[in-house]
Write a protein that binds this ligand. Structure first.
Ligand code: 3EB
Length: 327
């Protein structure tokens, strides 16, 4: 299915506001305009509301904040099959969490997750997917073409079919350490298309050479959201060209990642730098690296809200990855 829905009307869409807040989910869910509420790790206070998602990644920050997405006006929500969703002001949040125990391995589970999500989004007015997050267990387990990440990439490509024939959304794919082998995929879509942004320092992921798997990863480096006011930034690591740089050197990887982020801002035509309005996430492979990562980012990105999560980057030599929003 091709993402062929028409543009409804040329309205300027104000991007959802994204923030980290130390509050109770029910309090936030009662606020007008709440589109999504994300808890992190096993300690997160849960909610049955379809706008709430418990992400299978542990935070290094205690207490851990919630990530909150808010739009103007009223929000409706529901469930459809395995999909939980909410919509408001031209924006759509949709998520699916599937247990590999009942859906096959990483490949088949990704096929089902993407087929369900794409079917669902295709039926909505907000059918232009801007940004997708993927979290799966033991992402680096297995060698060569059967590494679980590469199997996930194959299933993802299969499940999306021709839905993104016009171009892929921005994305993140990170490994979690939760005991249940769950695949979590969630997305932000809009009733208007965004603009895909690539990084001239990096080979586009869908053009990666064969050594990275039978099926190249299907994502754009970033997406300028409709309304042109915000850049949604994909998982960004120390990849230069198509190669991983600075093996085993955490600080050099962090430096290279910041160069890649700045390069993306230039490519998107945005002013340099990040500030208090631009929440980021940093995924750290080794918990013992977390304090160093924290100090580095405090020094280099002062005032920027950064949520640090324990997650495995999809290439085993990469120690750290950053994604987020540039407002
Ligand atoms: C890279 O640059 C690092 O498979 O969706 C970053 C962002 C990465 C998204 C994905 C993978 C993905 O290739 C890995």
């Amino acid at each position: 299915m091709v993402q062929g829905c028409e543009n409804v009307r040329p309205a300027l869409r104000r991007a959802p506001r994204v923030s980290y807040r130390w509050v109770d989910p029910e309090t936030v869910l009662q606020e007008a305009g709440t589109l999504g509420v994300f808890g992190f790790g096993t300690g997160a206070v849960r909610s049955e509301d379809p706008r709430w998602l418990g992400v299978d990644l542990e935070s290094f920050d205690a207490p851990t904040p919630l990530e909150i997405w808010q739009v103007d006006g009223s929000v409706t929500h529901g469930r459809a099959g395995d999909v939980q969703w909410s919509r408001g002001d031209g924006w759509l949040f949709a998520a699916i969490t599937l247990d590999e125990a009942t859906h096959g391995g990483p490949r088949d589970t990704a096929v089902t997750a993407y087929a369900q999500l794409c079917d669902f989004v295709a039926s909505r007015r907000e059918c232009h997917v801007q940004r997708i997050w993927n979290y799966l267990g033991d992402i680096n387990q297995g060698d060569g073409d059967v590494e679980r990440y590469k199997q996930f990439c194959e299933g993802r490509a299969d499940g999306m079919g021709r839905f993104f024939a016009d171009g892929f959304p921005a994305a993140t794919a990170i490994g979690h350490h939760a005991p249940a082998m769950r695949l979590q995929v969630y997305l932000l879509a809009c009733d208007e298309p965004g603009e895909r942004v690539e990084n001239p320092r990096q080979v586009s992921a869908w053009q990666y050479p064969r050594q990275y798997g039978r099926i190249a990863p299907t994502f754009a480096r970033a997406m300028t959201l409709p309304g042109q006011d915000v850049l949604a930034i994909s998982g960004t690591a120390a990849v230069v060209g198509h190669a991983s740089a600075h093996q085993d050197d955490l600080l050099a990887q962090l430096d290279e990642t910041l160069v890649n982020l700045e390069s993306l801002l230039v490519s998107a035509g945005m002013p340099a730098g990040f500030d208090t309005q631009s929440p980021l996430k940093v995924y750290v492979r080794h918990p013992t690296d977390a304090p160093l990562v924290h100090d580095f980012l405090q020094r280099r990105l002062p005032g920027v809200p950064v949520l640090a999560l324990h997650g495995d980057i999809c290439r085993s030599e990469l120690l750290v990855e950053i994604d987020g929003w540039r407002y």
